[in-house]
Write a protein that binds this ligand. Structure first.
Ligand SMILES: *Cc1c(COP(=O)(O)O)cnc(C)c1O
Length: 425
């Protein structure tokens, strides 16, 4: 039974009038700070003016404190944060790096950039790394690094993941691009591995268009990351850095890769950090509101969310069962939702569209052929995704859910049943 059975003709069609890709504005305090910097002209993160503390150094200090980690380095993008963390953690050309097969293109991209070889690990029905396959692939590949990606904010059992890494002598780096402020069992993501990496791209928890952050407690990793980011010999200006003598060990042997964050970007981010927890609570409320509307729809499956997962969703995912909609019908469902204001992305699309990406699109990575990660193939072929801007009200959530239900019902009809008889449940 469709939820809208008997209603669609009398009620007319539901359309969502908002733009799901519209972000929140930058907070006034961020705009003011940015304007001050523009008037001043000192946009480079390192000052030669001894009287003021550069914005990027303050951001690093504040983010290190938020994460409860000793060191932080700000860079120009999330992907560069990953690259720098890999290099600073010791990944050398030819080294294997385990990654969960459901992630975004900048993750295998960062590994390729560092000269490493990505080894795909399967995922489970919760869209997170499959623990058994991680154990198996760590043993079989001999990889000494794991770049664990909390793709779309889904967090695996971190006690189990850290246990597997310890057993195999694997160093974990966390890709927290979608989990700033999220955690597992009361502990923030970005604090489980040797380093945690974050993004400030517009559709993440904080928005400066571009930007990245690396946090760590390892003093050598921190010094190398700062030098790699392009500190010249101005690293003394960092405020979340190791002691100066640590840099002596690395300053002549670490290349400057010029991936600094500008002062302008840092000035936009600092006020957003101050309200991060409050905004994450709002995101959670939006998700819960939508989940309560969508969970009852048979065949639209939401991932299980264990009580220990402190998730902070900036987007929502669901899987469409083949019993509900065939591949053809799934395409029509997406077109119908789109025509009614809800832009749904489909990870099963044969070609990458916009931000969608799946492992078989990264042909520079070994093991991307079909069947190498069978559950990821199956899950991604049915996976849908849409954004959750922070301004969504409860009424907006109900409208979006109604559009999706309406699209399911519409996609269930075939051309031949224009008379109104539904072809499938
Ligand atoms: C956005 C994102 C990144 C990279 O961030 P950029 O700042 O766009 O380089 C990495 N991993 C995941 C899972 C992401 O979603």
């Amino acid at each position: 039974m469709s939820v809208l059975d008997g209603h669609c003709e009398t009620m007319g069609e539901v359309t969502f009038a908002g733009d799901l890709s519209a972000p929140d504005p930058i907070p006034e305090a961020g705009i003011d700070a940015a304007v001050r910097l523009l008037k001043d002209g000192r946009l480079f993160r390192y000052g030669e003016d001894r009287n003021s503390i550069p914005e990027a150094a303050l951001l690093e200090q504040e983010f290190a404190a938020y994460q409860g980690r000793k060191y932080c380095v700000a860079v120009n993008s999330g992907g560069c944060a990953l690259f720098i963390a890999l290099k600073a953690a010791g990944v050398c050309p030819g080294d294997k790096v385990l990654i969960n097969a459901f992630t975004l293109a900048p993750v295998p991209g960062a590994i390729a950039h560092a000269g490493g070889e990505a080894v795909l690990v399967d995922i489970d029905d919760r869209y997170v790394v499959d623990l058994e396959d991680l154990d198996r692939k760590a043993a079989a590949s001999g990889a000494k690094f794991l770049l664990l990606s909390f793709m779309r904010g889904h967090i695996p059992d971190m006690d189990a993941v850290t246990g597997i890494c310890a057993r195999h002598g694997v160093t974990m780096i966390e890709d927290c691009a979608h989990t700033m402020g999220g955690g597992w069992d009361g502990r923030l993501t970005g604090t489980f591995g040797v380093a945690g990496c974050f993004s400030a791209q517009t559709f993440k928890q904080v928005n400066s268009g571009e930007g990245g952050l690396v946090v760590t407690d390892d003093e050598d990793l921190a010094a190398r990351a700062i030098l790699l980011s392009g500190s010249y010999m101005l690293y003394a200006q960092h405020r979340a850095r190791p002691a100066m003598d640590v840099f002596e060990r690395h300053r002549y042997t670490t290349p400057n890769c010029s991936m600094r964050m500008s002062g302008l970007v840092a000035s936009l981010l600092r006020p957003q950090l101050a309200t991060l927890d409050e905004r994450n609570r709002r995101w959670r409320r939006i998700y819960d509101c939508l989940a309560s509307e969508l969970a009852p729809v048979n065949g639209l499956n939401l991932p299980a969310r264990p009580a220990k997962e402190d998730f902070a969703p900036t987007s929502m995912q669901f899987s469409v069962s083949p019993d509900l909609l065939s591949d053809q019908q799934l395409l029509r469902f997406i077109q119908n939702a789109d025509a009614h204001g809800v832009h749904v992305k489909w990870f099963g699309a044969p070609d990458p569209i916009g931000f969608t990406s799946r492992h078989d699109h990264w042909r520079y990575v070994d093991g991307t052929r079909a069947g190498a990660v069978p559950n990821a193939d199956r899950v991604l072929s049915r996976l849908c995704d849409f954004r959750l801007p922070l301004w969504l009200s409860d009424a907006d959530c109900r409208t979006i859910a109604a559009v999706l239900k309406q699209a399911v019902a519409a996609a269930g009809y075939t051309e031949s049943d224009a008379g109104g008889i539904k072809s499938s449940a």
